[in-house]
Each structure stands twice: as C-alpha cells, then as structure tokens.
Design a binder for this molecule. Structure first.
Ligand code: SAM
Length: 364
C-alpha cells in the first residue's frame, strides 16, 4: 500500500488521547516523590544513547524475523554478547524489545519504528539525535543558555548548514534525519490540507523531496519544484523516483537568500523558518513573497508553540534550534508578526494530528 493511502487517526481522537496522557502524567508526577521524577528526567540521555546504539547496530532488524538471544544477536551484528544483553534488557523496560522465558528477544510494542524499513520509521532521527557530533552540541547547551548563541557554531566555527555541507558524513546523517521527519509529517499534513487546488507546488528547502513526493502522489494533476542547496538536491533522485513522481517534479538548486523559483501556486516551507532568527526568516519569506503571483499561498509546516505550559514537542524542538541554529519555534502571534515583516498576511493555522501545523499566508 502506498504510504499516502495509510489510515491515520482523526484529529479529535488524537486530541483526546493527548489530553488523557497529560492528565496521567500529572497524576504520576504527584504520586511519585519529586527526586525520583527528577532523576528519571536526568537519566533520559541514557535512554537516548541506548536507542542510538540499538539503531546503529540494527538490533531491531536482527530480531524482526525471529526471536533471538542476545548472544545470537551479538554474533549477527558483531557486538559483545553480555553488553548486548544488558542493552536489550534496559530497552525492554521501555517496550522496545520483549524477552521470552528462554531469553530470546523480539521487537516489543514500541520497537518497530527503530527499523530502517518500518513504515513508521524514526531510525534516521534516532541516528542523528544520538550521534556523537550532535551529542557534543547538546553537551554545550549551557553555553547557548548563557549567550543565546548556537553551541554548534562555538564548537564547529561555522553555522549549521555550512557544517553539514563541509562534513559529508554528518551531512548525510542530518539529511536522512530530515527525510525521517518528513516521512512522519507527510501523512498528517496530507490529511490536514487539500493540495489538489494547486497546479504548481514549490517546496523551498525541501531536502531530498520526501514531503513533496507525498504531496504529488496525493495531487496527481499537480507539478512540483524541489528547491534546496546544490549538495542536498543531488540526493533527491531516489526519493522522487521511488515515489513515481520524478516526471512531474523539477529539481532546482539555489539559495533562498538569493531568490526562489517564481510563479508557484503554493510555496511549502517545512522546518525552514524555525532554523532562523526573525530578521533572517523575514528575509527568506520576503524572497518567497517576491516570487509569488497575486493568488499564491505560503504554507509553513512548523510546530506552533501553544500558549501556557502544557507539554508540547515544540518546546523541546525549540531547544534543538537554540543549540544547533539561530532559530526558534514560534507562537501563532509570532508567526503573524514575522509574516507582516515580509509583506505577507497570516490567514489561518491548520493543526494536524502530528506535532506540526500548517501556517498559511497570502500576500499582505
Ligand atoms: C531543517 S531542514 C528541512 C528540510 C525539509 N524541508 C524537511 O522538513 O525535511 C532545512 C533545509 O533547508 C535547506 N537550506 C539551508 N540553507 C539553504 C539555503 N540557503 N537555500 C536553500 N535551502 C537551504 C537545507 O539544506 C535543509 O534541507
């Protein structure tokens, strides 16, 4: 079944589940002594590293077909048997693996998206979040909080996208992680917004084209333009080809700080504006505004920060932006102000069943 035809739960159901989850979280916090809760939070990094190592050595793949002991897994993937057992046992407490009475592991209730080929894979993201390079950036969060500047720039002496371009190994991991986020966001975005109304859809900073490919599958009469830096679009052929949309998609290399392709009916920018401070984000959006015709729409796909202190992924992604880039996650009011700076006007925010929303704007 093509990805775009898979069932996703309705927004109301997801909203209700999230509400129940928050309520349960509050109850747990009150039941458990505060030091225990805090220590669980303080050791969250251990879990992230354990997941990273499991993804790197493909432990989920090793037990996907048949249950295996840690010893068998270790022989298959080339790791130490005792250490492999300890890792899988720890991850089994989070349901990533299940262990039977004979000591054989299989994939547990939360483990399948750890596999690269899972339809719900988040493997690319896990491989980036736990990578020693990324880990080092986060270990300098204190610098970012002291100065308000990205730890990445302090450590690498250059901004994020120059770093990913000049370091192909980490660049490839970063781009795969972006493809992973787009895979996750594509279905909720497609379910939340009708793209068939547009003839020409331009994806600005579209990476390897994962989202655009999904949009074009869902909108079979539309044509697409994938726009990103030269080194990035060079890796797009496979994604567009696999999705069967290459013949309806033009790939354009360039910088959104110079100009962007003209006359799109829709300009999609997913996780672009959040990478940049207000002044730079407004510059990108101004270039988009200059390329638009009178009726074009701008569609930002971003996590919008809700007012108040309710839990939301945007508040953590915001710290990722602080550490890695000069950007931030924004509230609806902040998007409204940013659009005004760029000659645009916010028309609506469409929530999806995922953490991202579609923030729509037209010429102001
Ligand atoms: C956070 S990633 C998002 C990628 C994709 N939209 C997604 O959500 O998967 C930011 C993208 O902006 C691209 N980018 C950075 N600087 C750029 C520039 N000056 N011109 C065009 N694209 C740029 C990067 O190459 C990267 O693909």
């Amino acid at each position: 079944m093509p990805d775009s035809d898979r069932w996703i739960p309705p927004k109301r159901l997801v909203g209700a589940v999230n509400k129940a989850r928050t309520a349960l979280q509050h109850i747990t916090q009150r039941m458990v002594p505060a030091p225990v809760t805090l220590l669980e939070m303080a050791t969250g990094g251990w879990v992230a590293q354990a997941l990273y190592v499991a993804a790197k050595y493909e432990l989920a793949e090793a037990v996907a077909e048949e249950p295996r002991t840690a010893k068998q897994v270790a022989r298959l993937v080339g790791t130490n048997p005792d250490a492999t057992y300890r890792l899988m046992r720890a991850l089994a407490t989070y349901g990533v693996f299940s262990e039977d009475k004979e000591g054989r592991f299989s994939i547990g209730p939360t483990g399948d998206p750890l596999r690269k080929d899972s339809p719900d894979t988040v493997c690319g993201l896990i491989l980036m979040f736990g990578h020693p390079v990324h880990w080092e950036h986060w270990s300098n969060l204190g610098y970012s909080v002291e100065t308000g500047k990205p730890a990445l720039e302090k450590l690498r002496g250059m901004p994020l996208f120059e770093f990913t371009e000049k370091n192909p190994e980490f660049g490839a991991i970063f781009n795969d992680a972006m493809t992973s986020t787009s895979k996750m966001a594509t279905l909720p975005v497609l379910a939340g917004y009708d793209f068939t109304q547009f003839d020409r859809i331009v994806d600005i900073g579209g990476g390897h084209g994962q989202l655009l490919a999904g949009i074009l599958q869902r909108a079979p009469k539309s044509r697409g333009v994938l726009f990103d830096l030269e080194a990035v679009v060079a890796g797009a052929d496979q994604v567009l080809g696999d999705a069967g949309v290459a013949d309806r998609c033009t790939v354009v290399a360039g910088s959104f700080f110079e100009s962007v392709p003209e006359n799109g009916d829709a300009y999609v920018l997913k996780n672009i504006v959040h990478d940049w401070d207000d002044e730079t984000a407004a510059r990108i959006l101004r270039n988009v505004c200059n390329a638009m015709h009178r009726d074009s729409k701008v569609l930002l796909v971003e996590t919008v920060v809700p007012e108040g202190n309710s839990p939301h992924f945007s508040k953590w992604l915001d710290l990722e932006m602080l550490v890695q880039a000069t950007g931030r996650e924004r509230t609806e009011r902040e998007y409204d102000e940013l659009f005004s700076e760029a000659g645009l006007a916010l028309t609506r925010v469409v929530a999806t069943v995922g953490p991202a929303s579609i923030v729509e704007a037209v010429r102001g």
